[in-house]
Write a protein that binds this ligand. Structure first.
Ligand SMILES: Cc1cc2nc3c(=O)[nH]c(=O)nc-3n(C[C@H](O)[C@H](O)[C@H](O)COP(=O)(O)OP(=O)(O)OC[C@H]3O[C@@H](n4cnc5c(N)ncnc54)[C@H](O)[C@@H]3O)c2cc1C
Length: 482
């Protein structure tokens, strides 16, 4: 029997710029592409329902792409070590290849797999594919870790020229899937058997909103670069327009790599075009993704602990009633509720609105940022532990390079500034459709007759907190830990 190479897919569901796959294709052995759903590993056990929905469709798309090359994607549901052990034993596997993951728990568990394979006498190699640069590459002059974004990104920009995504090789003949030999630990299954789709059909709007998979990610990027990138600096803050790339989930599941995004941007605008304010601003957002991933790699406790230690003494109130109202989009604050309803119905929320709803939860409602991050993690299709945790800590004022605690977003003035006509709030809260733009972000400020006419407190709730008072309570609480 000819020797085999396993290519183990995780959050890298693409053909292009996929170093593990491309190394596997170039090796002279048979290729076995696999995906293992292992609920004992953190990435799976903590994966929220919205992300599971995305993963199901992403796996389907990836399976189709591999099929066109003549390859099957073998899906397993079981323990990673046992699956690999069976495959190795029965198929003359000489190497297992995968792409590196950087969040501490995935990093550690992938290392364990590597040691396990070593014990079986099988080589393993992992490759950089998730970020622009390896976390240990980006260091300040004294060799330390950047904790402030601007110098971090400046340092990254110096190396941007080096970024060269790997092109998929031209194949002289179709690669063939070999018949797979399995032993007693037979947990080969179909994508459907993973049970990633919801039992209760709450995902109808997801289907209308998203086109999942590598091909769609690439089309989405081209469309963004052709029609939106140069206006990005202005339009990215307007939640009623599609002014951003909406590629965060595709990047998270690796349907497209950040290196491909940089390369395509460079091809579209040329090196000098990268200075265009819209384009530079867009690339710097990718920089925030990079910054978050690197920081979590260096500070593994970030998901549990505020980076600024004084926040561990913060007197969170954690009212369950407030938390539930926030989750359901029933706080009576239109900009907050619109965002939370967009999240629930589509699995995504505009970045400006993410900042507004997060600030409202941790400051006006005094709910611990970790509870907000948990809800986002369960509800976002793009839920990414590094970006999520770092962003929550940024809004809460307890992270690195964070927004100061006393900067409390006022959801009314934010709404008036970024959604002046009320289009966004009316889209997600139809109960507010009849309200003129003057009141749409603060209907409780209109006279009683108007409020009754709009059904305020009936069809749509009155605010659960007074914005001014709750702001003062939050500032006083902050003084107590300073
Ligand atoms: C409280 C909170 C939680 C968040 N949780 C997540 C999360 O779980 N996963 C996630 O991918 N992003 C998260 N973000 C960041 C940001 O909101 C989303 O990345 C962005 O809205 C995705 O839309 P887009 O693809 O159109 O972004 P674009 O504006 O097109 O930006 C391009 C890419 O840059 C990255 N990016 C943009 N902004 C940020 C940021 N602030 N931090 C890190 N990366 C960024 C994303 O990969 C995005 O696709 C969070 C932000 C906040 C305030």
């Amino acid at each position: 029997m000819k020797a085999s190479t396993i290519v183990w897919f995780q959050n890298d569901l693409r053909l292009e710029d996929n170093p593990a796959l491309i190394h596997g294709i170039k090796s002279p052995s048979n290729l076995i592409p696999i995906f293992i759903w292992d609920e004992e590993r953190d990435w799976f056990s903590s994966m929220g329902e919205a992300s599971r929905w995305w993963l199901h469709h992403s796996l389907e798309a990836h399976r189709q792409s591999l099929k066109k090359l003549g390859l099957d994607l073998f899906i397993f549901k079981g323990k990673t070590d046992l699956v690999l052990q069976e495959l190795v034993g029965k198929n003359r596997v000489e190497q297992v290849l995968w792409n590196r993951r950087y969040d501490p728990s995935s990093f550690q568990s992938d290392k364990k797999v590597s040691r396990f394979l070593d014990g079986l006498g099988v080589e393993s190699s992992d490759f950089p594919a998730y970020t622009l640069f390896e976390p240990d590459r980006i260091r300040n002059k004294s060799g330390g870790i950047y904790k402030v974004f601007t110098p971090f990104w400046k340092c990254c920009l110096q190396f941007l020229d080096e970024i060269q995504p790997l092109a998929f090789p031209t194949l002289s003949e179709k690669v063939q899937t070999i018949p797979l030999h399995l032993g007693s630990y037979d947990c080969l299954c179909s994508i459907g058997d993973l049970g990633l789709l919801p039992q209760v059909k709450w995902d109808r709007l997801f289907e209308k909103t998203w086109n999942v998979g590598e091909k769609n990610a690439s089309l989405g990027l081209n469309d963004f670069l052709n029609t939106k990138a140069t206006q990005y600096k202005l339009s990215r803050d307007i939640p009623s327009v599609v002014g951003t790339s909406r590629l965060s989930a595709a990047l998270h599941f690796g349907e497209i790599s950040p290196r491909q995004v940089v390369q395509a941007t460079r091809e579209q605008f040329g090196d000098s075009g990268l200075q265009d304010p819209g384009v530079a601003c867009y690339l710097s957002e990718l920089g925030w993704r990079e910054f978050s991933t690197h920081l979590l790699y260096h500070f593994s406790e970030l998901p549990q602990k505020s980076l600024r230690p004084e926040f561990e003494k913060f007197p969170w109130q954690n009212s369950n009633l407030f938390l539930k109202a926030w989750q359901k989009g029933c706080t009576g604050i239109p900009m907050v509720d619109a965002g939370m309803r967009e999240l629930w119905q589509t699995g995504w929320m505009h970045n400006r609105v993410r900042m507004i709803v997060a600030s409202f939860l941790v400051k006006n409602l005094m709910v611990d940022w970790r509870l907000g991050a948990e809800w986002f993690s369960n509800s976002l299709v793009d839920a990414d532990i590094a970006s999520n945790v770092l962003s929550w800590q940024w809004v809460a004022g307890c992270g690195v390079d964070a927004s100061p605690y006393y900067r409390i977003f006022n959801p009314v003035t934010q709404g008036q500034k970024f959604d002046p006509e009320g289009e966004y709030v009316k889209k997600w809260i139809p109960e507010l459709c009849a309200i003129p733009k003057k009141w749409v972000h603060c209907p409780w400020e209109a006279n009683e007759d108007l409020q009754n006419h709009w059904g305020l407190g009936d069809d749509y709730p009155k605010p659960i907190v007074d914005l001014k008072e709750s702001r003062q309570i939050a500032l006083d609480a902050y003084q107590s830990i300073k």
